[in-house]
Design a protein around this ligand. Structure first.
Ligand SMILES: *Cc1c(COP(=O)(O)O)cnc(C)c1O
Length: 429
């Protein structure tokens, strides 16, 4: 069977395939640049693993207290080496990205301190951590106050605003690298570095925490390379490489990491306890694969941006912009468009490809939301996934893809479904 026939047998019409591959062919130079970064990042991870003498015995498991779990301790050294930090906390007991961020904040703030976000409104789930939306157990309940400086209309930092907002009790300055599900631009590591230098010039003891979710291995530098005291993320996104079944990480200064460990476990116990229950191998192997997996996801995002842009749909980032995270927003403009797109992503999945996603009222959202995910790990967004709230402007957020051919199939399938619903006409070459 030819490749074309294979696509056709999976439901992709020759017209959709031809159009998709015409767009793909125009992206060669772009993809080559991604490959170069991927190569550098692969070397970075390998170098860290070799330097820390990762060995077969580190792949084992520990139970109970997890005393002397060398696999766990060495993995944390590998993360610290790759992120160029003094220390790291990388644990299955960190349940998700939100938990990792909450842990970094709760452990390094004390009553009376203030948290200042300088990249505008943080990711939705952080609102309840901080207490922006009243919530049980929030920082606010512990007398930790919050302030925020929005980004400027051009997406850059508001340096004057930041200077004014830093108070004597400001303790942590928060920066979110990725746009998350907002329409602003994602911040580059260089931009983050400038902001950190500025903040430290005002008060060198301020702790800077960067929410690095979706940003790992997109560039050759990480926020930790430009002065962040804590760089924080989720292992079911980029650095888990699709293999980590759970987990989060914080890479940073010894002091910040010790604080975090004493809160994750307990004062006095810190990093010494915490059984790994058999996840070590997947954490190591996932981190090893992460630069390649992230590059695949990036190529998928760039293909989606260029394909939908050519068809006249607004896309963020646009087809040519430089990338600082793996999320792609596509504004379809109608509820039917959002639904058709998500049905395509679902139909292309390795798991649950036969189910049909439907819009649903989800807790925490003010409209119905449709989600497409056929992942090996529940909720993993480094695997190909898409979701869209059913409200104007009817945009979908698309991310992930462990392999590029899978991301490509998902994108072609989304277009196929839009075409079958009569929502798009494919231009002749
Ligand atoms: C995903 C994400 C989070 C939260 O991570 P969860 O694992 O969903 O809890 C926080 N910040 C940003 C920017 C994210 O993309």
């Amino acid at each position: 069977m030819t490749k074309e026939a294979m696509y056709q047998s999976m439901g992709i019409s020759p017209e959709v395939l031809r159009f998709g591959e015409r767009i793909e062919a125009s992206l060669e130079a772009r993809f080559r640049k991604i490959d170069e970064r991927m190569e550098y990042n692969q070397l970075k991870v390998l170098h860290a693993m070799q330097e820390k003498h990762v060995a077969m015995e580190h792949m084992g498991e520990s139970t109970g207290y997890g005393y002397n779990d060398d696999g766990r301790d060495t993995l944390e050294e590998v993360y610290a080496a790759a992120f160029h930090t003094e220390a790291a906390l990388v644990r299955p007991q960190i349940t998700c990205g939100t938990h990792a961020l909450a842990l970094a904040l709760f452990s390094n703030l004390r009553p009376g301190d203030e948290l200042l976000y300088i990249s505008g409104k943080p990711y939705d789930t952080l609102e309840e951590v901080i207490g922006i939306r009243p919530s049980m157990g929030s920082l606010k309940e512990y007398q930790i106050s919050y302030d925020q400086v929005d980004l400027l209309p051009d997406g850059g930092f508001d340096f004057e605003g930041i200077r004014k907002a830093i108070k004597p009790n400001t303790r942590i300055v928060g920066i979110q690298r990725s746009k998350g599900y907002q329409t602003r631009k994602t911040l580059s590591v260089d931009q983050i570095g400038e902001a950190i230098a500025f903040v430290k010039s005002i008060h060198k003891d301020l702790i800077v925490m960067v929410d690095n979710c979706y940003g790992e291995f997109v560039e050759t530098k990480e926020p930790s390379d430009v002065g962040a005291d804590m760089t924080v993320g989720s292992l079911i996104k980029n650095p888990g490489g699709g293999l980590a079944p759970i987990g989060g990480y914080i890479a940073g200064t010894k002091k910040c990491i010790e604080n975090a460990a004493c809160r994750l476990t307990s004062p006095g116990l810190g990093k010494e306890v915490g059984a790994t229950l058999g996840v070590n191998r997947s954490f190591y192997q996932g981190f090893f694969l992460a630069p390649v997996v992230t590059a695949n996801a990036l190529k998928g995002a760039i293909l989606a941006a260029n394909l939908y842009e050519t068809l006249g749909f607004p896309v963020v980032p646009d087809g040519r912009e430089s990338r600082h995270d793996i999320i792609q927003a596509v504004t379809l403009g109608t509820p039917e468009g959002v639904i058709a797109f998500c049905k395509g992503i679902q139909a292309a999945a390795p798991v649950d490809s036969y189910v049909t996603p439907e819009p649903w009222a989800m807790p925490g959202y003010d409209s119905d939301v449709i989600m497409a995910a056929g992942a090996f790990i529940q909720g993993s967004s480094i695997e190909l996934s898409a979701d869209g709230p059913i409200k104007p402007p009817y945009a979908v957020y698309f991310q992930g893809g462990l392999t590029y051919p899978h991301a490509k199939l998902g994108i072609l399938m989304s277009l196929q479904k839009l075409k079958e619903a009569g929502l798009v006409t494919i231009p002749e070459p």
